[in-house]
Design a protein around this ligand. Sequence first.
Ligand SMILES: NC(=O)c1ccc[n+]([C@@H]2O[C@H](COP(=O)([O-])OP(=O)(O)OC[C@H]3O[C@@H](n4cnc5c(N)ncnc54)[C@H](O)[C@@H]3O)[C@@H](O)[C@H]2O)c1
Length: 456
Amino acid sequence: MQKTVDSAMVSSPVVDFSIHTNTTAEHVVVAVVGLGYVGLPTAVALRQAGHRIVGIDVSARRLDAIRRGEVELLSEECEALSRHLEGDGFVLTEQMQALDAADVVLVCVPTPIDQQLQPDPRILREACAAVVRHARPGQTLVLTSTTYVGTTRELLVQPLARRGLDVGEDVFVAFSPERIDPGVEGHEQLGTPRVMGGVTEACAERAEAVLAHTCKHVHRVSSPEAAEMVKLYENTFRAVNIALAFEMAEACQAYQLDPVEVTDGAATKPYGFLAHYPSAGVGGHCIGVDPYYLLGPLRERGRPALLAEEALRKVSGRPRHIAWRAHELLTRSGRPLKDARVLLVGASYKPGVADTREAPAVEIIERLRAEGAHVDYYDPLVPSLTIDGDTLHGVRVDLRGDGPNIGRGETVKVGSYDLAILATLHPGHDYGWIARCPAVLDCTYRTPGGKTRYLP
Ligand SMILES: NC(=O)c1ccc[n+]([C@@H]2O[C@H](COP(=O)([O-])OP(=O)(O)OC[C@H]3O[C@@H](n4cnc5c(N)ncnc54)[C@H](O)[C@@H]3O)[C@@H](O)[C@H]2O)c1
């Protein structure tokens, strides 16, 4: 019997690739929806493996940046990208209709939280709805965005069924979260295993055939739900351990011990311990965000995860604690915040990256400015920063008149600050000048500080 599939599907393709129907063929057309930190390197890896790529992003600005090569890729990925963009196997477009040309679709769009720390899956819903609208028999659809348990079935499998497309027979659906760790050598996408759960065995087979080109190996779990939970567990594990690292740092201080020395000592145990170090807080798109995709839904089900909730409170309160500590130190030294000059060192959320999304430094600066302090920042990777609608330019530090040349900010003398707060120090940059700062609040716990050194 002929199957009825509603007709939102294939119209005239906006991408001029011949349409493949056999997704187990060695080289296929892969559409990557969302070309951000995750989607873009994934698209490059798949093109390197010989697949043809339709890169789809709703942001014309992002697509232009990609065309100009102004993106946060490793240098070899950047070179590969520009080579591929010159050829005809890597197309960039804003049009969802380009999905029609794809044998495989990877969804890599953001999954943020709202002001109340609740999951905000609107972007994901919209992207999945478009993928479902354009789905056609033979396609393999893989969701990679971090999300709540049950998403793959709710946003792909059920709507596809409503269109008359049976998953496992007509189309193939899997969930496979991304583990990219931007800026950390040795954690490259291609060298990291990847978890995947298909809706059926056939779904898993087809998804694995493509995903194998983006990672070290594919570890299959029994369902999309298990794969969704794996990702939430991984990042909740990180958040809980980071909260514990903050607590242990305070415990070490109670005994005047160095938490880095203690953690390094514990890390010599070859099993049962995984080192986490204290810092100014967490940032980026993952650790401070993803666990809420577990905690909110669990609470709704009447099964709150109390330990993880408490850890998340500790993690999200860390920048507030650092700002309070700065306030306390300045007040104690007879300098009220409203008259104080503070230098925040390191605006990005972790060493080696320029990304300031959710960076603790941003909240610390906001809080100190709200109390009337004059706050400058120094970060060799971040030329400017928007705080409360104001654009701040990173200062240059005066080192015998030839300081690091960053941003358009003024050149400053470090001795003029009442307090320097060390949030993030990037590898390969000279921070010897910190020793000349009169007072340093060292949230890295790793420097000798300035003339006086304080810990959070
Ligand atoms: N950044 C990381 O280190 C990292 C690591 C592992 C997992 N993740 C997860 O991967 C997912 C993507 O994160 P990211 O960091 O790449 O996000 P991102 O913000 O860097 O990029 C997402 C891109 O998707 C585009 N987009 C938004 N809506 C779209 C739509 N409807 N159709 C097409 N494009 C759309 C945006 O314009 C943007 O360019 C998230 O779920 C995140 O939690 C991120």
